[in-house]
Design a protein around this ligand. Structure first.
Ligand code: PNS
Length: 160
């Protein structure tokens, strides 16, 4: 059983994340999307909301499930006996941060490698933060995130 963990903040999940999952779910038997519970980082969506949005957006992927983690990612992947960590790469500017994280994780859990999947060119500029900023300023983000996230953003932002 080839199990991979796809970790992140997913605040909120975007079509870029879905694209990475659609590609990598063909390679692995099972993928766990691991949503970080980070008490020091202010998120727009609560942990439960992020998990629910992911669940509703990934229902078409049979071998993908959602979980939460806190603390070290290396500890989490070890407890799951995962063989890989999945991360998406958009541009060269992502690379340095991702490389350091992959090296640190490799040191902490040597039996697990990080696999990078290239984002589709349609999503190279798509990040959760850019989506939130655009939505906050009234931009149409419906081509960048799943419909359930569009609705979630509207609900969150209409009160502001
Ligand atoms: O979606 P993000 O915010 O780019 O995801 C970053 C994440 C959650 C994968 C990363 O911050 C993480 O793994 N945090 C857990 C703490 C940890 O293991 N740190 C050591 C690795 S450098």
């Amino acid at each position: 059983m080839r199990l991979a963990v796809y970790p992140g903040s997913f605040d909120p999940i975007t079509n870029g994340h879905i694209d990475i999952l659609e590609k990598t779910s063909k390679i692995f038997d099972r993928i766990i999307i691991a949503v970080i519970h980070n008490v020091t980082k202010q998120a727009l969506f609560s942990l439960d909301e992020r998990v629910e949005l992911i669940r509703e957006s990934t229902g078409h992927l049979d071998n993908v499930e959602v979980d939460c983690f806190s603390g070290l990612l290396a500890d989490y992947v070890r407890t799951k006996s995962a063989c890989a960590i999945i991360r998406g790469l958009r541009t060269v500017s992502d690379f340095e941060y991702e490389m350091h994280m992959a090296m640190m994780n490799k040191r902490l859990v040597p039996e697990v490698d990080t696999l990078f999947a290239m984002s589709d060119s349609n999503y190279i500029f798509v990040s959760s933060s850019a989506v939130k900023e655009a939505a906050l300023l009234g931009g149409d983000v419906s081509s960048l995130v799943p419909p359930v996230v569009v609705r979630g953003l509207k609900e969150k932002l209409c009160g502001r």
